[in-house]
Design a protein around this ligand. Structure first.
Ligand SMILES: [Fe+2]
Ligand SMILES: [Fe+2]
Length: 500
């Protein structure tokens, strides 16, 4: 057995006789049941016993020593405390031993049936007999408790699993796993769960990196697992990974997950005071369920990564085609993400605009080379052709049902609209232009002006900023221009970080 189910078993002794209290104290004094000690709570009256029972719902055994002749028709006997426990407190796991001389007209079997008593002891108490009866009761209590915990744990697993199956991102999956495991551990133990530290790590290359941490690991995100755990634990991690099996130790455990491809994930919990055997079974079961969910999440992660790569590559192709500079789409993505966040869009939306904005000029793939790369100003006719790239880009992307593609389509269509309504293709104005379009417009123009193109030289930063101030409320959304200037230092950091 890995761990003790209980550290202390409580027994209530109900007897008016002081000698019986002394006798039981004596035989229990040094006795241990499965390494746990036994604690006797003494009650000399039914009323006193009732109070003790109510205040100690985790009591394993009630030992009733009754000298009275038991009359099942009378309400004035000690056995009514059993009725109270079973019917009022709804406690079915507490074991009851009755000692009586059974001298009345009712036989023990009738009494046992009526009061849901688990064992009886006839007449005189003998120490070894009494102790074996007590141990048998404690064992029965332990079994009932374990099956109750198992039932609760299973309910928890079913509830947790259905929650986690709805999660599609790896990070949210990790959060869900830690939450649900914490709940399972908590529900399987009566002990506080405050000082526990834990993390989820996923494999990149040959190492595991911390994806999410709590307690002492919360400040180690993205760090190599082997840099934050002891050498001894490191060896255990290696064993877990090679055996692909969970490992439970005295005060910590390591869980292992993998999918059919190469995705691997580890979960580590430490500083656990005590982990009951029933919890280990439940956690193993939970992990089996979660491996299927993990597979789904990995598949989704794979699909999303592929989608992101395709989008970015398309953006880059259009950039190369129009001989634009190396990191133009990368910078546009970063500026757009920053402006979106500062504007108050959600993390998710800011992420979408970051991924979709590199495709703003994808429609240029359909523009003839003679126009796209003309080293001089375009004629009116040529400019009209050039302007079609917004609508062409939109048409290329609009049919997808994916949020990312739909957003990219909007950006392609509206990134040349102007706030004052003089832009193209539709001459939309103000907030009729989608926020994605307004944001990408600023990001794109800021970057384009600062870099050399076939038809123009790079503008100086001062000249660009002056232009931006002038175009506030004309070409650009005034609120976004304010945000742009408030965050100019960060914009310039991005510019430096991804310079060509
Ligand atoms: Fe464009
Ligand atoms: Fe651009």
């Amino acid at each position: 057995m890995l761990y003790l189910e209980q550290s202390v078993f409580k027994i209530i002794l109900l007897s008016k006789n002081k000698q019986i209290h002394d006798f039981l104290s004596e035989i229990i004094h040094s006795a241990k049941f499965e390494n746990a000690s036994i604690n006797i709570l003494h009650a000399y009256s039914v009323e006193e016993c009732k109070t003790i029972v109510v205040n100690n719902s985790d009591t394993a055994l009630l030992f009733i020593d009754s000298e009275n002749t038991i009359n099942l028709r009378s309400v004035n006997n000690e056995l009514f405390i059993v009725t109270y426990i079973r019917d009022v407190l709804k406690n079915k796991s507490l074991q009851v031993i009755l000692r009586n001389n059974f001298s009345g007209k009712y036989t023990p079997d009738k009494i046992i049936m009526k009061y849901e008593i688990n064992q009886f002891i006839y007449n005189n108490l003998d120490s070894s007999m009494t102790l074996s009866s007590i141990f048998a009761s404690l064992k029965a209590f332990e079994n009932i408790e374990a099956s109750e915990k198992g039932k609760k744990g299973l309910e928890q697993v079913i509830k947790s699993s259905s929650n986690i199956f709805e999660i599609h991102s790896l990070h949210k999956f990790a959060v869900g796993m830690l939450n649900q495991l914490s709940l399972i551990i908590k529900s399987g133990s009566n002990l506080p769960f405050l000082s526990t530290s834990c993390f989820v790590a996923s494999k990149k290359g040959n190492h595991f990196y911390i994806l999410l941490g709590r307690g002492r690991f919360s400040s180690h995100i993205n760090e190599n697992v082997f840099d934050v755990i002891s050498t001894k634990t490191m060896k255990e991690f290696k064993t877990v990974v090679s055996a692909k099996k969970n490992k439970y130790s005295r005060d910590h455990f390591i869980l292992y997950f993998n999918n059919n491809s190469d995705y691997q994930m580890l979960i580590y919990f430490e500083k656990l005071k005590k982990l009951p055997k029933s919890s280990v079974t439940i956690i193993d079961l939970f992990c089996k369920n979660m491996n299927i969910a993990f597979d789904n999440v990995c598949l989704n992660h794979e699909l999303e990564s592929t989608q992101k790569e395709i989008i970015f590559t398309l953006g880059e192709i259009s950039e190369v085609r129009s001989h634009e500079t190396g990191h133009h789409v990368k910078r546009v993505a970063e500026y757009s993400n920053l402006l979106a966040l500062r504007y108050g869009l959600t993390q998710r939306e800011a992420e979408i605009i970051k991924l979709a904005s590199p495709m703003h000029d994808v429609g240029k793939l359909a523009i003839p080379d003679s126009i796209l790369n003309k080293p001089a100003s375009l004629t009116n006719e040529e400019f009209e052709v050039m302007k079609t790239h917004s609508k062409i880009g939109y048409d290329m992307l609009k049919s997808s049902n994916r949020k990312l593609m739909k957003s990219a389509a909007i950006i392609a269509l509206e990134h040349h609209e102007r706030f004052d309504g003089t832009g193209y293709p539709y001459g939309l104005s103000g907030n009729d232009i989608h926020i994605y379009g307004r944001i990408t417009s600023i990001a794109d123009v800021f970057d384009a002006l600062g870099t050399k193109r076939v038809y123009k030289d790079a503008w100086s930063l001062n000249k660009i900023l002056l232009h931006f101030r002038r175009e506030k409320g004309r070409q650009f959304d005034p609120k976004l221009i304010e945000i742009f200037f408030e965050n100019l230092d960060k914009i310039l950091t991005i510019r430096r970080t991804f310079s060509d």
